[in-house]
Write a protein that binds this ligand. Structure first.
Ligand SMILES: *Cc1c(COP(=O)(O)O)cnc(C)c1O
Length: 373
C-alpha cells in the first residue's frame, strides 16, 4: 500500500460497473436501465442546442436553475396537492451517487455518525461510506418478504454504545429485491427521531408509481432521492436529484462541487422532463413485460422469483444450482445480469430481450444441472 494513502482504503472495493471490453453481451440487463434510447428527435434537439446555444468555453450554470424548475414542476404533479415544491427544495447531483456521497459527508463524516442499511440493498451506500471512513451498521431483512428487520433497526438507532446512527438509507422499491416499503416500514420511518436523517431512494419511482413525496413537509429529517438514469433514459448523462427541507438542501448545496453537472447533462435532463409524457409512455408495456417474465420464471421449478414493483426481477436458484454457474451460462449466451445477494437481478428489457432471457435461462439451467462427466 502506498505510504501516503489512508490505511482504511486498503479494504475499499470499487463498485463493479458495466463490464466493458471483453463482454460480447447482446442484452445488457445488469444495470436496470430503460431498454430504449432517447427518441432520435430529442437527441437531435439536444445536438442542435449544443451547436447553437451552448458555449463550450463557458462553465455550466452552477445553480442548475432551469433544471431545478423543471424538476419542481414534475414533483408538483406527485404531491397529491399537499404542498408545492420549489427550487429551494431541490438539489441536483452528478447521478444520485454524488448525492449519496454529499449526504454521507453532511451527516456522518469525521467520526460523528454511522449509517444504517438493511441488506440486501443498493451497494453504493456502504461502498461510499467506507471510502469516507464512516461505519456502516447492517441489519437484515425477512428472506421471504424482504421487509427490513425493524426490531434490529430500532435497536441500532437506540443503542448508546459507539458511534450513533445519524443516517438511514432505504430504497423504495428496494434493489435488488424489488419490494416497495411496507406500511410497517413506512410507519417506522415516520417515527425515526429528528437527529437521524432518513433517505428514501426512489430511483424506480416511475415504475412503482409509489412515492412518499406528499409527506415530506411533515418530516424535515427525510430526503427523497431520484435519478434520470432509469425510466428517464439518461444514464449516459449522470443526473440525479434530492428533494427535502430547504435547510437540508442548502447544506447539500454547500458541500457539492460548484460545477458538478455539465451543461449538456443539464440540458438533456431538462428536455427529458419537458418530454416526459413521451418518455414515460414506454412504462406500461415494460410493466406488462415484467409481469409476463415473472410468470414465466415462476413456472421454472429450479428458481424462486419475487414479485417486483420496479423494472427488474430478483431470482434465486434452488439448492441444486449454483448462481455463479447460472450467471456464467447466461453471459456465455449473451445475456448480462447482475449477480448479487446470493441471487440474480435481471433487468426487464424489450420484449425480444425478455424472450431471450427466458430461453437463455432455461438453457443455463439445463446445462448447469447436467451431471459432470
Ligand atoms: C440505479 C440506482 C440509482 C441511480 O444512480 P445514479 O447515480 O443516479 O445513476 C440510485 N439508487 C438506486 C437504488 C439505484 O438502483
Amino acid at each position: 500500500m502506498l505510504p501516503f494513502l489512508r490505511p482504511e482504503l486498503a479494504n475499499c472495493q470499487p463498485y463493479h460497473p458495466n463490464p466493458g471490453g471483453d463482454a460480447i453481451a447482446l442484452d445488457i440487463l445488469d444495470t436496470n436501465e430503460c431498454p430504449y434510447d432517447l427518441p432520435i428527435a430529442l437527441k437531435q434537439t439536444l445536438a442542435q442546442r449544443y451547436v447553437e446555444a451552448i458555449a463550450a468555453n463557458r462553465y455550466p450554470d452552477g445553480s442548475h436553475r432551469d433544471l431545478k424548475e423543471a424538476i419542481a414542476d414534475y414533483l408538483g404533479e406527485q404531491t397529491q396537492g399537499c404542498w408545492k415544491p420549489g427550487l429551494e427544495h431541490v438539489t441536483v447531483g452528478n447521478g444520485s451517487d454524488e448525492l449519496i456521497r454529499s449526504i454521507l459527508i453532511a451527516t456522518c463524516l469525521g467520526g460523528q455518525g454511522s449509517v444504517l442499511v438493511a441488506d440486501p440493498t443498493f451497494s453504493m451506500y456502504g461502498i461510499v461510506a467506507e471510502t469516507l471512513g464512516i461505519p456502516v451498521v447492517r441489519v437484515g431483512r425477512d428472506p421471504q418478504t424482504w421487509e427490513m428487520d425493524l426490531v434490529a433497526a430500532e435497536q441500532a438507532i437506540t443503542q448508546t454504545e459507539g458511534v450513533p446512527v445519524r443516517l438511514c438509507f432505504v430504497v423504495h422499491p428496494n434493489s435488488p429485491t424489488a419490494n416497495p416499503l411496507t406500511e410497517a416500514e413506512t410507519d417506522w420511518l415516520r417515527q425515526v427521531p429528528p437527529q437521524i436523517l432518513v433517505v428514501i431512494d426512489e430511483a424506480y419511482f416511475e415504475f412503482s408509481g409509489e412515492t412518499l413525496l406528499a409527506e415530506l413537509p411533515q418530516h424535515p429529517n427525510w430526503l427523497i432521492t431520484r435519478t434520470f438514469s432509469k425510466a428517464l433514459r439518461l444514464a449516459a448523462h449522470r443526473v440525479g436529484y434530492g428533494v427535502g427541507d430547504p435547510q437540508l438542501i442548502a447544506a447539500l448545496e454547500a458541500i457539492r462541487l460548484p460545477y458538478n453537472l455539465p451543461t449538456v447533462a443539464q440540458l438533456a435532463a431538462t428536455l427529458a422532463l419537458q418530454s416526459r409524457s413521451q418518455l414515460l409512455s414506454a412504462i406500461p408495456e415494460l410493466l406488462v413485460e415484467r409481469d409476463r417474465l415473472y410468470h414465466d420464471l415462476q413456472a421454472l421449478p429450479q428458481l424462486q422469483v419475487w414479485p417486483s414493483a420496479a423494472n427488474f426481477l430478483f431470482v434465486k436458484a434452488n439448492d441444486s444450482l449454483r448462481v455463479t454457474d447460472l450467471a456464467a451460462q447466461l453471459k456465455a449466451q449473451g445475456t448480462l445480469v447482475r449477480q448479487t445477494a446470493g441471487g440474480l437481478r435481471i433487468t426487464v428489457g424489450s420484449p425480444a430481450e425478455n424472450q431471450r432471457t427466458l430461453s437463455h435461462l432455461q438453457i443455463a439451467i439445463a446445462q448447469t444441472l447436467q451431471p459432470l462427466a
